[in-house]
Design a protein around this ligand. Structure first.
Ligand code: AMP
Length: 278
C-alpha cells in the first residue's frame, strides 16, 4: 500500500493509473478508522481496480474548535487496518498542503444545509463540500464511497456532484453498528468504556421511536426519546423525521412518505449522530 502526503505526488500516480485505464475508487475519511470505513473500502475494492482512502481531519468543516482539537488521530492503526483490508493507496495531506491559503470560498446547498446538521453546525457542509470537491479534483475518482451514517452529507455530496458535473458515481454504504447497536464512529473513541456502553441508548431510542411513530404524535415520540436519553445522562440536540429523498423535515408521520429519523445527541461533550429508515 502506498502512502502519499503531497497533492503533486498522488496526482502523478493517479494520472499514470488512469492513463492505463484503471478505474479509481475513493473513500474520503477523517481517520480513526473502524469497520464502518472498512466496509466502504471493501465495496470499492469490489467495484474498482484502485482504491484510494484519504485521511484528512478537515479543519474548515468543524464549527466547534474543541471538537477539532480532540478529534481522534490514530494514523498507525489506520494504516494497519487499511493494509489488512487490501487498500491500494492512502492520501494523508497536512492542513497546509490542502489549504496553503486561507479558504475564502463558501458553498451554499440551499435548504439542504440549513436543516438538521446544518442548523446546528453552521458552515459545516460548506467545509465538507469544499474538501470533497478538492479531493475529487486531486484523485479524479470514477466512484466515491460515502456512508449512510452521515445521511444528510450523502445528499449534499450528490448535490455537489450534480451541480458541478463531477464525473463521479456516488455509492452509499449502510450503517455499520457495534453489537449493541451503537453506530460506529471515530468519536466513539472519545467515550469512556462506561459512556460507550451507555451511548447505545441512542440506537434503542431510534428503534423505540420507529415503533411508536405510526400510533403517536411526532412531538410525543420526540419527548419520549428525550426522556430515554436524559435517563442515561445524554442530551438530545434534535430528533427529526424527514422525507428520505428530499430530506424535507416532516411535521407528522405519513406511512405513504418513505422517511428517515435523524438524531443528534451529546454524551458529555461528545456529539453523536445516527439515523434510521422508517
Ligand atoms: P468520517 O471519517 O467520520 O468522516 O467518515 C468517513 C466516511 O465513512 C463517511 O462517508 C461516513 O459516512 C462513513 N462512515 C462513518 N461511520 C460509518 C458507519 N458506522 N457505517 C457506515 N459508514 C460510516
Amino acid at each position: 500500500m502506498q502512502i502519499f502526503r503531497e497533492i503533486a505526488s498522488i496526482q502523478k500516480f493517479i494520472i499514470e493509473q488512469k492513463t492505463a485505464g484503471i478505474k479509481v475508487g475513493l473513500v474520503p475519511t477523517m481517520g480513526a478508522l473502524h469497520q464502518g470505513h472498512i466496509s466502504l473500502v471493501e465495496k470499492s475494492l469490489h467495484q474498482t481496480s484502485l482504491t484510494v482512502v484519504s485521511i484528512f481531519v478537515n479543519p474548515i468543516q468543524f464549527n466547534n474548535p474543541t471538537d477539532l482539537r480532540k478529534y481522534p488521530q490514530t494514523f498507525e492503526s489506520d494504516v494497519a487496518l487499511l493494509e489488512a483490508s487490501g487498500c491500494h493507496a492512502v492520501f494523508k495531506p497536512s492542513a497546509d498542503e490542502m489549504y496553503p491559503f486561507p479558504v475564502q470560498l463558501k458553498m451554499d446547498f440551499g435548504e439542504l444545509d440549513k436543516i438538521l446538521e446544518g442548523k446546528f453546525r453552521p458552515g459545516h457542509f460548506s467545509g465538507v463540500g469544499i474538501v470533497v470537491a478538492k479531493l475529487f479534483n486531486i484523485i479524479r475518482p470514477d466512484v466515491a464511497y460515502f456512508g449512510q451514517k452521515d445521511y444528510q452529507q450523502f445528499r449534499v455530496i450528490q448535490k455537489l456532484i450534480d451541480d458541478l458535473s463531477f464525473p463521479v458515481e456516488l455509492v452509499g454504504g449502510e450503517i455499520i453498528r457495534e453489537p449493541d447497536g451503537l453506530a460506529m464512529s471515530s468519536r466513539n473513541k472519545r467515550l469512556s468504556a462506561e459512556a460507550r456502553k451507555t451511548a447505545s441508548v441512542i440506537f434503542q431510542s431510534l428503534l423505540n421511536a420507529k415503533k411508536n411513530l405510526p400510533e403517536k404524535k411526532l412531538e410525543d415520540v420526540r419527548i419520549e426519546v428525550e426522556k430515554m436519553l436524559q435517563q442515561k445522562g445524554l442530551r438530545l440536540e434534535y430528533l427529526e423525521l424527514a422525507d428520505r429523498r428530499t430530506l424535507a423535515v416532516l411535521q407528522h408521520f405519513d406511512a405513504n412518505i418513505p422517511s428517515v429519523l435523524l438524531i443528534a445527541a451529546y454524551m458529555g461533550e461528545v456529539r453523536l449522530i445516527d439515523n434510521m429508515l422508517v
